[in-house]
Design a binder for this molecule. Structure first.
Ligand code: ADP
Ligand code: ASP
Ligand code: MG
Length: 814
């Protein structure tokens, strides 16, 4: 004999119920008990209408109507018209009784636990009846059993305790007497010995099925639900979670105790005692193997079997100097809690005995505080114990696995993983069985914590990087292309999974938690919502993903002013925008400090020499103890392009224009030509070498006429270039006459930096610099005479994008 239980979603509507019928019709077992939940969502609606009625809110009628409609519609869709009338009239009559009960609650303005159970039992009562009638129509040999006649309990309404002796007797004799091959009964509902309706606790249909399986010594208990088994973590929150093929009773119990709702925790006990296996299956994918729960766990393999979590937890701690050495405090504390009927989800006690801390349901927190403070009022008034307070809105997250006890370092790994992602841990507990390690964290960190831990323990080291990209112009667009084409390689070879979750330009922004499809991002972005920097930040913060990276591909001052907020929320920042690093020294230093403090890298390799590894090399030199003596560099790809192409057959204006169109200049080319851009770069290199320097400290010898420098827009700027063509030609001629070339050189030595146009003679390292190439010479204590040289393309959207990409990968390997 088998017992099959179908949950709320599996019987939510006519379509789903027909899938259930297919599963039953294909069974080969001689006799089967089918336990069903209420139609999905109905229990919640019943509780809601009862609460409204008892607070004398007329809208309870709207909810009642919804309940009626759902049932009547299901009957009409399932059962052919000629067989409908009997079923409709029975259901309508039950609904009338329900209405009378609700009216009673409305009139009195009160609801007792007893009445609440009576009302809520209609969910399973109706669903099991309707499904059995449908099965009859479909030719299945079925009989409907009223669970209230079979499952007997005490009168602890809402979560009654089963009287197994009576219950087992009732079930076995019912089964023996029934000739039908299928017996259908409602889960969750039961009755006290005096006949009052009772219920077994929310989610209790699983338990009903286990009780029946125990009574009839079933060969297997199948729990049919809306997911393909018990997963490594809640699949609604962790996208990469996978069904666990085989798990032990104890592991399943632990996971469900800590919130894996797919199985109601008390379900395990009745089947465990008889060694009956449980299989969790998916009604919507019956072929999927699901999860097998047995005594004989397959001990090998994973140490951590699953991660689960419970939300809405409050921490209550009893502490005070007077606690040390006084015996019996814990005993009194737990007695008070238990007498108040409050169940404790987790206990921790510091070894100093200075405090006892418990995790309980948020709902019980105020009550707990009151009873504890009452019980210890003498000690509190004497100052031996502090009045307790509850810290609400927390969550418990637990790693579970039978084999965890034989492995060291798991808790270290768990806590360091959470710490790295800035998940604040409020309390820690490890069960004596060492089958779970649990931590109390803030509720808003749950998603991040679950995903991070899942990645660490289950995903073969594939690390998820979540990008939020601002600026999708020249560089940004190239960057997105590169991600798109490298995605597969990175995942396979570097075990990095890069997703762009958010994207914005100055007009629009979009978010997609599954990752924005990069094939047609332009179109998606155009249809996005209106761009707003603050809202963008709020969204990134709220999504609270681990390994979040804000990528700034703009040249905007305002955007650079937001880095601070990102870093403070442990969101890394990668930027090609030079403004932040060349702003006031204190600001630069603060960003670097924040990055360290919040464990969020702040990387800006592309601020100097686009994709060339200049800053990274410099950092390594300094970190390995070398000292920078002098830096000499041609750092402006744009100015190089301009002076390498400018001669007496061209005009200065046209060459600058070309550089702008090719993306070799900043959007405002004056920033390059005035030397400001190079000043920023040498400033950043000086700072990264360990010097405190500001932009005002850099000497700039401009080559542009004053009039060009004073323009305020691109159009005027270009006009002045044409006007002063003669002076540019003169500069060119002078260099030509000396057999040298014009190069814009930056230098740093002895704490002083300068930038300016120089005539470089033949034979100099800089003389043969081509196109938009950059070159940097590092003279250091280890490279005093022959400098370390880094040379290559130092401008252009493609190389800049690849430099940003390299920073992202650095974070991935962090
Ligand atoms: P039913 O109505 O069939 O009893 P439940 O809603 O009670 O279904 O339980 C199934 C749900 O449990 C899933 O849809 C999923 O959201 C949730 N769940 C939470 N943790 C887990 C987990 N570790 N594995 C599978 N499901 C989980
Ligand atoms: N219908 C009940 C509930 O929603 C019992 C169950 O579905 O397991 O809690
Ligand atoms: Mg359930």
């Amino acid at each position: 004999m088998k017992v099959l239980k179908f949950g709320g979603t599996s019987v939510a509507n006519a379509k789903n119920i027909s899938l259930v019928k297919n599963i039953i019709a294909n069974l080969e077992s001689d006799k089967t008990v089918v336990v069903v939940s209420a139609l999905g969502g109905i229990t919640d609606l019943l509780l809601k209408t009862a609460a409204l009625a008892s607070s004398q809110d007329q809208t309870y009628k709207t909810i009642l109507k919804e309940i009626e409609d759902r049932h009547l519609l299901t009957i009409k869709e399932l059962i052919p018209i000629h067989s409908q009338s009997k079923v409709l009239s029975k259901v309508k009559s039950e609904l009338n009784t329900l209405e009378t009960l609700l009216e009673g609650a409305y009139l009195i303005g009160e609801i007792t636990p007893k009445l609440s159970d009576k009302i809520v039992s209609y969910g399973e009562l109706l669903s099991s009846y309707i499904i059995s009638e449908y099965f009859i129509v479909e030719g299945i040999d079925v009989v409907h059993a009223d669970s209230r006649q079979l499952i007997k309990t005490n009168s602890n309404f809402g979560k009654a305790a089963v009287n197994f002796e009576l219950t087992n007797r009732n079930i076995t004799s019912f089964i023996e007497d029934s000739k039908n091959s299928v017996i259908i009964m409602g889960g969750f509902i039961s009755s006290a010995v005096n006949g009052d309706s009772t219920t077994l606790g929310r989610g209790g249909s699983d338990y009903t099925a286990a009780i029946v399986a125990n009574a009839i010594n079933a060969e297997v208990l199948e729990i049919w639900t809306d997911v393909s088994g018990m997963y490594t973590a809640n699949p609604k929150i962790v996208k990469q979670a996978m069904a666990i093929p085989h798990i032990s009773y104890e592991e399943a119990m632990e996971l469900s105790h800590f919130g894996a709702k797919v199985l109601y925790p008390p379900t395990i006990q009745p089947v465990l005692t008889k060694g009956i296996s449980i299989v969790i299956k998916n009604t919507f994918d019956p072929e999927a193997p699901g999860t097998l729960i047995t005594k004989n766990k397959n001990g090998q393999g994973k140490t951590v079997r699953g991660i689960s979590h419970v939300e809405n937890i409050a921490l209550v701690s009893l502490e005070g100097p007077g606690m040390v050495g006084i015996t019996g405090i814990s005993k009194r504390f737990f007695e008070v809690i238990s007498t108040a009927g409050i169940s404790v989800v987790m206990i921790t006690q510091a070894s100093s005995e200075h405090s006892i801390c418990i995790g309980i349901d948020n709902q019980d927190a105020d009550h707990a505080v009151q009873v504890i403070n009452d019980a210890f009022d003498i000690e509190i008034s004497l100052g031996k114990i502090k009045p307790v307070v509850a810290e609400k809105d927390l969550a418990i997250i637990a790693l579970v696995g039978d084999n965890m006890k034989s492995h060291q370092g798991l808790s270290g790994k768990m806590f360091s993983t959470l710490g790295k992602n800035n998940v604040n841990i409020r309390a820690i507990a490890q069960g004596a069985s060492e089958r779970n390690i649990s931590a109390v964290i803030l509720k808003e960190d749950v998603k991040k914590a679950l995903n991070t831990l899942h990645e660490e323990f289950f995903e073969e080291n594939v690390k998820q990087l979540n990008l939020f990209v601002m600026g999708v112009g020249n560089v940004g667009a190239k960057f997105l292309n590169q991600i798109q084409s490298q995605k597969k390689y990175l995942k396979e070879k570097l075990k990095l999974n890069i997703r762009v979750i958010g994207m914005s330009n100055s007009r629009k922004m979009i978010f997609d938690e599954d990752g924005i499809p990069l094939k047609n991002w332009q179109e998606l972005l155009n249809n996005g919502e209106e761009a707003n920097r603050e809202l963008f930040f709020d969204k990134v913060k709220k999504l609270n993903y681990r390994n979040s990276i804000f990528v700034d591909n703009t040249a905007s001052q305002e955007v650079s002013e937001t880095y601070n907020s990102y870093l403070r929320n442990s969101i890394s920042v990668v930027t090609c925008n030079k403004i932040a690093c060349s702003s006031a020294y204190d600001n630069y230093q603060e960003l670097k400090d924040l990055a360290r403090q919040y464990n969020a890298p702040f990387l800006f390799e592309t601020n100097v020499g686009a994709g060339l590894p200049i800053i990274d090399t410099l950092k390594h030199l300094v970190a390995s103890g070398d000292k920078i003596l002098k830096i000499q560099a041609v750092l402006s790809g744009s100015l190089n392009f301009v002076f390498n192409n400018f001669n007496d057959t061209t005009t200065f204006h046209d060459i600058v224009k070309e550089a702008q169109v090719e993306g070799y200049t900043e959007p405002d080319p004056k920033i390059d030509l005035s030397g400001v851009d190079v000043m920023r770069k040498i400033l950043i290199l000086a700072r990264e070498s360990g010097n405190v320097l500001n932009i005002e400290d850099i000497q700039n010898n401009p080559f542009l006429p004053k009039e060009s420098l004073e323009t305020t827009n691109n159009e005027d700027f270009f006009k002045t270039l044409t006007k002063h063509e003669a002076s540019f030609q003169e500069m060119y001629k002078k260099a030509l006459d000396e057999d040298s070339k014009l190069k814009y050189v930056a230098q740093f030595e002895d704490g002083k930096a300068s930038v300016g146009l120089q005539r470089i003679p033949k034979g100099h390292d800089f003389y043969n610099l081509e196109g938009s190439d950059n070159i940097v010479l590092f003279y250091t204590e280890r490279y005093p005479n022959q400098p370390m040289i880094i040379k290559g393309a130092g401008a252009g959207a493609d190389v800049t994008a690849s430099g940003i990409f390299a920073d992202i990968i650095r974070i991935g390997n962090f």
